[in-house]
Design a protein around this ligand. Sequence first.
Ligand code: JCK
Length: 251
Amino acid sequence: MRIDILTIFPEMFQSPFDASIIKRAREKGLVEIHAHNLRDWTTDRHKTTDDTPYGGGGGMVMKPEPIFAAVEDIKGEEDIPVILLTPQGRLFTQEVAEELARHDRLLFICGRYEGVDERVRAHLATDEISIGDYVLSGGELAAMVIVDAVVRLLPGALGYERAAAEDSHATGLLEGPHYTRPPEFRGWAIPEVLTSGHHARVAEWRRKQALKRTLERRPDLLARAPLSEQDKKWLREMGYQGPFGDRENQD
Ligand code: JCK
């Protein structure tokens, strides 16, 4: 996969993409990531990327000309997703990450100030995404979040980490607790079942813990999670009356 990012702050992308899973994916040749400086496509002495809004009001708006020139140069003749990060975009979820991971190329436009001229949205972007209902200062951190979530889905990107398919948001449930050594720390012992060596009992305990934690913290997820009849029985025993997801799954 090739990922291009258009920004007035390309330096922001260096360290996050030079560590851990993304670094390894790049070294393996699974992904190349290019952060481009939008100012390289300006034509005036001051390398201007923003201007005052028509109609007045405060703040500045990103000019369309350098953005169109840059995107047209970077994408070439290819039809690729041109993704505008904006608080008004569709909400980013694991499903959206999976959809983006199926493409060969992605191009992200990161705005600043009050955002980009409307003609960028209307005539250049093919997709508009928001990472959540809070206000960021620009699209850069949102692009980083999306790139991280997408790259870890590329086949071969996860080494000894758990397969992406087992990730908690891919199962539709939150995960239960994890423990490592020592078996007792400051008087807090780990659950005995985990040292029993009884794999079926461990699997059952983990599933119940995941259901319990999801019920306590994100009951909204239960309506869409793939649940077995056994899961539903356990949830009812925990006091949950539904709604349950319809999807058929497990035993
Ligand atoms: C792109 C500029 C800054 C700040 C106006 C917005 C009420 C508009 C994002 N999940 C997300 N949150 N924020 C962004 C995001 C923010 C951006 C840009 C993405 C470009 N900004 C900005 C305030 C406003 N307010 C809510 C009015 C833009 C994503 N993805």
